[in-house]
Design a binder for this molecule. Structure first.
Ligand code: 8YV
Length: 323
């Protein structure tokens, strides 16, 4: 008799190609209507499984659910590069392997960072709205006006794979590049960006600040009023990383006063229930966490998660092991 297939719970709908592949190698419980699963439902689904394929919206993996998982669960594969929603220490303690999906979403996410830079600086939101609402009555040499991107200074907060891809793209706009990271990266990966070991020293150079660091206890709330006060007046902030890195009170008040000229946000604290004050501001360009949201990228993420699961159940160490 062929050995039984490992049993896998997939917490959200994944691209068809990915689900088809998973169904060949696993006994899968899929989420056909793609509803967000409650903690009780996750625990019930995990009850008879060996593996879980989760997403960053399954936040209970950061807040205690891991300790309550059955001992049959041996691996949690997250469909994301970010893993702030998984308590890695708790997983280690239970000898559960955790994997993520790096590399494959780098370009798509960096593209969105550039879209935010351009959208915030050039007033994509108010411009689009004016056209849609039929309020574009005349052309004027003096209003409405945006800000130039070409030749301005960009500071990249977090020079990992995505930060580097943002730097590479920003060079096409002749931007002067700066970055802060725990460690400098190799020159060929910095794309001419100047390293600042001290974040405070980089801030005065940031006409634009692109947030590309992971959400960790050290970075949560990092972009607060004190940090914003060190940026040049009228700076622009864009975020494609995680919403909790930004202190919303500080950013909203800086956007209202003009201390920060504009912001481009793809990620939010408590998304999709975002801070409603952003909706009322004309100088923010808002996207619904589209960083990796292309068909090819989402398929590649799913295949990467499947590769990790396959390696694990073949007795090998998955390439993207975090534990
Ligand atoms: C994911 C992301 O697509 O990979 C990440 O960390 O933020 C996104 O691009 C999203 O979180 C859904 O899994």
């Amino acid at each position: 008799m062929a050995p039984a297939l490992p049993r896998l719970l997939v917490t959200r709908r994944l691209p068809q190609e990915v689900e088809t592949r998973l169904a060949k190698s696993y006994w899968t419980q899929l989420n056909a209507d793609d509803h967000p699963m409650s903690e009780a439902e996750l625990l019930q689904g995990a009850g008879d499984k060996d593996a879980l394929l989760i997403t960053p919206m399954d936040k209970s993996f950061a807040t205690g659910i891991i300790a309550r998982l059955p001992s049959s669960i041996k691996i949690i594969a997250t469909f994301s590069v970010g893993y702030e929603h998984v308590d890695i220490a708790a997983a280690r303690q239970k000898n559960i392997t955790v994997t993520n999906t790096p590399n494959v979403l780098t370009n798509a996410t960096a593209d969105i960072a550039l879209l935010l830079i351009l959208g915030a600086a050039r007033g994509a939101y108010w411009g689009e709205r004016m056209v849609r609402e039929d309020r574009w009555n005349s052309w004027s040499p003096t209003e409405p006006l945006g800000l130039d991107v070409t030749g301005r200074r960009l500071g990249i907060l977090g020079m990992g794979r995505i930060g580097q891809a943002v730097a590479k793209r920003a060079r096409a706009f002749d931007m002067e590049l700066h970055y802060h990271n725990r460690r400098p990266v190799a020159a060929e990966l910095a794309h001419g960006a100047r390293y600042h070991a001290d974040l405070d020293k980089m801030l005065p150079y940031c006409d634009f600040l692109s947030i590309n660091c992971a959400s960790t206890p050290e970075t949560r709330g990092l972009v607060n009023g004190t940090l914003i006060d060190k940026l040049p007046k009228g700076a622009i902030i864009v975020n494609t990383s995680r919403g909790d890195i930004v202190d919303d009170d500080a950013l909203v008040s800086a956007l209202k006063s003009g201390r920060v000229a504009a912001a481009g946000l793809d990620v939010f604290r408590n998304e999709p229930k975002i801070d409603p004050r952003y909706r009322a501001l004309d100088n923010v360009f808002l996207l619904p966490h589209l960083g990796s949201a292309t068909r090819d990228t989402r398929i590649a993420m799913g295949m990467r998660a499947a590769d990790n699961l396959d390696a694990f159940f073949a007795g090998r160490k998955p390439a993207d092991t975090l534990t």
